[in-house]
Design a protein. Sequence first.
Lengths: 268, 261
Amino acid sequence: MTLRVFWSVLSTEARKRMSYRVDFWLTAVVQFFAQLGVSYFIVAAVFAAAGGATVGGYARREMLLYYVAVVLIGKIVRSSEMEHPIAMDIYEGGLSRYLLYPAPYAAFKYAQQLGALMPSLVQLALFGAWVPFVLGVPEGMSIASVAMCAGAVAVASLLQFLLIRPIQAVAFWADNVWSLMVAYRFGGAMLGGVLLPLALFPEWAQRVCGMLPFRFLFAFPVETLLGRVTPAQWGVGLLTALGWCGVAAAAGHIVWRRGDLQYTGVGQ
Amino acid sequence: MRYLRLYACFLRFSFSRAMEFRLDFWFRIGMDGLWYGVNLAFFWVLYRHTARLGEWTYDQAIVFIAGMFVVDAVHMTVCSNNMWWLPIAINKGDLDYYLVRPVSSLFFLSLREFAANSFVNLLMAGGILAWALARYPEPLGAATMACYVALLFLGTFTFYVMHMLFLIPAFWMHTSGGLREIFFSLEHYSSRPHRMFTGWVRKALLTVLPFALYASVPAQALFEGLTPTLLLHVAAVNAVAFAAMIALWKAGLRSYASASS
């Protein structure tokens, strides 16, 4: 797939997403504030009960900033995850038309995923704009940490696509993979640091989470943004995430090839 | 009696359909099992840093979340599949098929499909609740336990009514989900103890958006005893919410124009 075609698919999807109606934006606003509201009260309750200035190495303001960042960055990384477009193509037979396109299916879908996150980028700008005025700027945050975070988010987005591809490819054999995607979301939220910062986990659990790919989807970009990751740690983290991309891509390729052999083209 | 016979037919068809798709059957069990594990782990990690959360100890929080699992599992088993299809049926005009039946359309559309796979999760959730109650250090009397179980079932009813209130707007919104996504977002408040919230948010969770009534208020009644005021409050909120749901449903049916809705 040429870069021109990739960009064309990406921008078409982005235009499609931005044309959504009022209910889309209403849902986005409620989702953001509902998620943040629950997190705010958890932080308030934990700090009120614990009595200390820090919990798990986070001051109260830092932990609130962590939750704001993880909600916004999580939306970008997840993009259109729950629409499971690959599974739908397989199940409904829509995959057939892509077989005629002069471009690889995976690259096509990845371009669509990137295009689909356009509303999330707008939300990041809109919902994130008030943060410095209300919560202030984190002490460790700098232009360098923002740039490093952008790199980490780009790799996280790719890793997310590669991780969900084999899960969605289960649609070659199963009637409905919605439950698998929801299970992946639950597991990723806990082990990736969306529900709780990983620093709150016991030492052994932090080591386990450090070895899994989920940390690189959410906690790693957020910790990088907040300036809690040194350039050396960022480099190692990025390489590890890219290693996971390789593993996920290989797994996806194997599952896809096996499934492709029994694809009938008329829906499963 | 007629409705019970009809529901027995729903159960028979649902079980035979579930057995046709064996892989999907297990996926959903695994999904809910993981949700239980994630929530138990969430409270376990949180209580490593504090002795109390919203006035509740770890043991109390575990009883609360186990109660929430049961409420969710009952909803997933009895109503959830039907609720998934309801806005789609409204949007595509498939509601016609149900409106001409000689039974209540609300009954038929809410209970037609029984999720046999989630029934396994209901057993699992019941087991977790039994475990949570057995490890609870304080003595719990039989009468208190009976009240708790009754309030949990009332919480399931509240869950159903709230879910419907967010889906029925599909009659006017011309979308295939109504306000489903908003409901799912707000639902996060139901899986955290309501005492954790303060001010108008807590008041809202006990009245206009009564997510605290699912499992948190029943747990409060279990630990502190059921007072007449609390019972009256739960009954009043459920009655008002149910009346609002019926009124909204009737208004929706009046504006329903088959496939053009």
